[in-house]
Design a protein around this ligand. Structure first.
Ligand code: NAD
Length: 258
């Protein structure tokens, strides 16, 4: 049985992870962490508190979807106590990303901007499409998320942009976040990134490849946060026995197939 500590447990993702972990049976939730130590109305067995260090010990797995600050402090805690980390928050500063990397020198960490298997498939499909398409075709990324999302564009859109830029030999300088005004013709090599916000979209990413007179659209739609929660739980199973290091969902999936 794997001991889990859920950071950001009352949030949209935190609740989905708790539900998936309880259904999976081979896990026990040792603690639910929220800044106020708040307990959601429906209650539940695991203890709640404001501080993950009250629950996490060596051999446990901390799963965090608590936002950038929670991600950095969970990383510091895991390295200190010898717990593994599954980190899903997006919009981290460079300093916060550094905390994750330095924790990964001491403990196993899985970090992904998107824990859905479908987005992993989308990334592979994008790599194949870019390899096959003429290099001058334009790349645009359009993402849609619920109105409460705080960071834009999404971590997944940025990951897709990095993937495309790597394939094209471009740099982040070529990213164009939205367009307004008389910008003139689109420079070739630019990667357009557009963030749509509204309603309750869980996560929708489309990559458009546009050539003269034709275009291709590769699109992933997450309809339910269970899509991310299942990946995070698979990552927890993987990290609990993995040696220290920084891993991606690709590692988790490859290990499950092997
Ligand atoms: P949310 O606002 O619903 O939940 C975040 C929760 O974390 C809240 O309950 C908040 O009170 C709590 N929190 C804030 N600061 C904290 C701290 N220091 N310690 C502990 N808990 C803290 O947000 P959400 O929609 O669940 O998303 C959370 C994060 O996960 C965001 O960064 C989002 O972009 C990211 N996300 C990642 C994936 C993925 O697959 N990697 C999928 C969905 C969302």
């Amino acid at each position: 049985v794997i001991g889990l500590v859920i950071v950001g447990a009352a949030g949209r993702m935190g609740r989905a992870v708790c539900e998936t972990a309880l259904a999976a049976k081979s896990f026990t939730i040792k603690g639910c962490v929220e800044p106020g130590g708040s307990r959601p109305a429906q209650g539940g067995e695991p203890p709640w508190g404001p501080d993950a260090s009250a629950f996490a010990g060596a051999g446990d797995v901390v799963i965090e979807f608590g936002g950038p600050e929670a991600a950095a402090s969970a990383a510091i805690l895991c390295a200190r106590v010898g717990a593994a980390l599954v980190s899903g928050s997006t919009g981290l500063t460079e300093a916060q990303e550094r905390e994750i990397r330095s924790a990964a020198e001491r403990v196993a960490v899985v970090r992904a901007a998107n824990f859905s298997i479908g987005v992993l498939v989308l990334r592979r499909a994008l790599a194949a499409a870019l390899a096959a398409a003429p290099p001058e075709w334009d790349v645009e990324i359009v993402e849609r998320h619920h109105r409460a999302k705080v960071d834009s564009p999404s971590g997944t859109a940025l990951q897709l942009a990095r993937d495309a830029a790597e394939r094209r030999g471009g740099s982040p300088a070529a990213y164009r976040h939205g367009r307004e005004g008389r910008l003139g013709p689109r420079p070739s090599g630019e990667i357009g990134i557009h963030a749509v916000r509204g309603g309750s979209w869980v996560g929708d990413h489309a990559v458009l490849l546009a050539g003269p007179g034709e275009s291709i659209e590769l699109r992933h739609v997450a309809q339910d946060r269970g899509a991310f929660a299942h990946g995070a739980i698979a990552a927890a199973r993987f990290v609990v026995t993995a040696p220290p290091g920084l891993y991606t969902l690709e590692h988790v999936v490859n290990a499950a197939i092997a």
